[in-house]
Design a protein around this ligand. Structure first.
Ligand code: THU
Length: 129
């Protein structure tokens, strides 16, 4: 599974986005160490705060399926076309930190190029109990 394939799966997941309030559709594809992929989309709510981001949907789906080890996630988002990068929000970074190492990779796509970060780059000095 290469970066491009994972981005394609995140783009597919984005199609299921439930985002009637923001109109901002996000998809994520999370790769496990064993090679499985869990997809997720953002799921909004009329009360706003229960909204779940695409990344967390993917992580929670994988965790509830018994997976605990991950190597990478691709995140794709935008209102209509994908024309800018959609970096994970702070809450999602913290959730990823619970389960992933500093060298876990995050692939962002702007419709043309893929940019790669590590979790350590996006959340340095992270909090852990
Ligand atoms: N969103 C995500 O799904 N992931 C992020 O990392 C940032 C934001 C969603 C939440 C909400 O449904 C919409 O994008 C606008 O904030």
């Amino acid at each position: 599974m290469d970066k491009k394939e994972l981005v394609t799966l995140a783009t597919e997941a984005r199609e299921n986005s439930y985002s009637p309030y923001s109109g901002f559709k996000v998809g994520a594809a999370l790769l496990t160490k064993s090679g499985k992929v869990y997809k997720g989309c953002n799921i909004e709510n009329g009360a706003f705060s229960p909204t779940n981001c695409a990344e967390r949907t993917a992580v929670f789906s994988a965790i509830s399926d018994g997976e605990r080890e991950f190597t990478a996630i691709a995140v794709v988002g935008g209102k209509d076309e994908i024309n800018s990068y959609c970096p994970p929000c702070g809450v999602c970074r913290q959730v990823l930190c619970e389960f992933c190492d500093k060298d876990f990779e995050i692939y962002l796509y702007d419709g043309e190029n893929i940019k790669t970060y590590t979790l350590g780059q996006l959340l340095p000095e992270s909090f852990k109990l």
